[in-house]
Design a binder for this molecule. Structure first.
Ligand SMILES: NC(=O)c1ccc[n+]([C@@H]2O[C@H](COP(=O)([O-])OP(=O)(O)OC[C@H]3O[C@@H](n4cnc5c(N)ncnc54)[C@H](OP(=O)(O)O)[C@@H]3O)[C@@H](O)[C@H]2O)c1
Length: 296
């Protein structure tokens, strides 16, 4: 039976290359996308590149708990195993406008933490049935030095002052703290599942341009793209490595200068993401916001 990998944001710059490489390695790949048109385009392309492999598109909006529940139910009814659950979907806004998800949750937090939390919780029974299953979460090097305040996880106190870029980084810190907590709970129960993280370095994909950059920020994006950024196919490699050979608790990223790009390997997350008390508190807060009990 083929191994199965689900990747959210599969139609994006990194997600497409991730999906391609997982097909290349013989996985059945589920492209978990919110846009039908864009997902179908990638599906068609990958099917033509891999006529002997299997790939499908399933729609999910990672900022909508109802959609995540529907998606999870579809997956649970179709599959009897899940080898890799890759939380890759992401957004990046340069402005200071506060956006909320359909469920009223601050959008960075909703897409990068609460959505992945809810999806993991609802697919956990399937992961448990699969030997050596992996839950891999895409963070960002920007998480470093940006711990989330567990008493204000939606940045209500200072959003208008710090804006989306800071709040993005906090949400990417939160997903790593959740990953560490998930891994601790898995290990305490001796389950054969790995929870680990990755970051892609810097790569110019759709994410920068979709996020409302001003004139100056567009200039900075250009400079970064020209001198520092890796290609999207290389930026996908840390997540691929984490998905196929990573062990619980590890964190993968590019190992070149400043982790902008380079050979993928093990790198270090912000030390604070390993704090057990913070991990346990975040877990409780995520249960409340997602209206789910995630009991391992
Ligand atoms: N590129 C970088 O330099 C960089 C650096 C650090 C971290 N990252 C992280 O890497 C991941 C992939 O980013 P990328 O660079 O490949 O950007 P991208 O090309 O913009 O891809 C992002 C993907 O996420 C999807 N997405 C966004 N919101 C979603 C939602 N609510 N539900 C489902 N899918 C959603 C997008 O779908 P649509 O096409 O429908 O919008 C798109 O497929 C993200 O988590 C990002 O934060 C990227």
């Amino acid at each position: 039976m083929k191994k199965i990998a689900i990747v959210t944001g599969a139609n994006g710059g990194i997600g497409q290359h991730y999906s391609r490489e997982m097909l290349n390695r013989g996985y059945h790949v589920v492209l978990a996308c919110r846009s039908k048109a864009s997902g179908e385009k990638v599906l068609k392309q990958l099917k033509s590149e891999f006529p002997n492999e299997t790939v499908e598109l399933l729609l999910v909006d990672m900022g909508d708990l109802k959609s995540i529940k529907q998606f999870s139910n579809t997956v649970l009814s179709k599959y009897s195993r899940l080898d890799v659950l890759a939380h890759n979907a992401g957004v990046y806004f340069f402005d200071k406008e506060k956006r909320t998800s359909k469920d009223g949750i601050e959008l960075n937090l909703a897409i990068h933490f609460i959505g992945p939390f809810a999806l993991t919780a609802q697919l956990f029974s399937l992961l448990q049935k699969t030997p050596d299953a992996r839950v891999v979460s895409m963070s960002s090097s920007e998480h470093r030095g940006n711990p989330i305040d567990v008493n204000d996880i939606q940045s209500e106190k200072d959003f208008s002052e710090v804006g989306n870029m800071k709040v993005y980084s906090r949400s990417k810190w939160a997903i790593l703290a959740f990953t560490a907590e998930l891994n601790r709970r898995i290990q305490a129960k001796n389950l054969n599942i790995h929870a680990l993280g990755a970051h892609p370095g810097v790569s110019i994909t759709g994410i920068q341009h979709a996020g409302n950059p001003n004139f100056l920020q567009k200039g900075v994006i250009w400079v970064i793209g020209k001198f520092f950024a890796g290609k999207p196919e290389d930026a996908a490699k840390p997540l691929i490595m984490a998905s196929v050979e990573g062990q619980g608790g590890e964190f993968y990223g590019p190992t070149g200068f400043n982790e902008f790009k380079g050979k993928p390997g093990i790198v270090q997350p912000d030390e604070g993401t390993k704090n057990q008390k913070i991990g346990a508190t975040l877990w409780k807060k995520a249960e409340k916001l997602s209206k789910l009990t995630f009991d391992i």
